[in-house]
Design a protein around this ligand. Sequence first.
Ligand SMILES: [Zn+2]
Length: 230
Amino acid sequence: MTTAAAHLDYVLDNWPVLQDAVTTPAKATGWPPAMGVARILSEEERIRAVEERLDTDPSAFGPRPVPIAVDILDILRAVEQDLVGLADEMAAAIQRPVLPTMSGGGWRDDAHRQLVLLSAKDSADPRRWRYSGQRDLARAAEWIAGRVAGAPGPFRLLLPVEQVRVDSVVQACADQVRRALGIVGIARREQPVPFPCTGCAGQLVVCGGDGQPPTVECRDCGRTWTDRAA
Ligand SMILES: [Zn+2]
């Protein structure tokens, strides 16, 4: 499987999850970890940090469903537009025009009749990318995946420069989906912790939000703490 195909699969696999998140945002958040950062640090550190945490933790009042849904919706729309736009762009370049029907003959002319039938069949070929009708993300992703794979149809193969263009757009789309998953708390995320590492006084981050046990890691010395109760 090519990189582009993997990116398209990733987008398609996660699309229903994100659509669910738009309609039912409240259930989607797993962030910040419910256990709280304080439980996995020493009592001394906890006491030192409590006052600061009360003022600085932006997530202290729980998830905000409406902004999350709006963010996700914006990303979904942008990704869909990008993929449909990419299909438009590539189809304009590589898709063969529908066979013309003009032969000068009438319906009694057998050659003309054959041509009309062929043209109708060619026009209706389900492998064609359409500039109207069904133009959603799933259809665009499927069509682009077919071109990346070199599947047969009324197209020529992608040129290397077109392949590069496709790779670039689908990778950006996959990145956007990854970001959206992070917003709904499905991907693992990091957030700075407002007190220093006990070993080196470096920057700590809490990692979690993907359903796995959260951990605290030091960016500087690499020490890791996990929730012992998890
Ligand atoms: Zn450290």
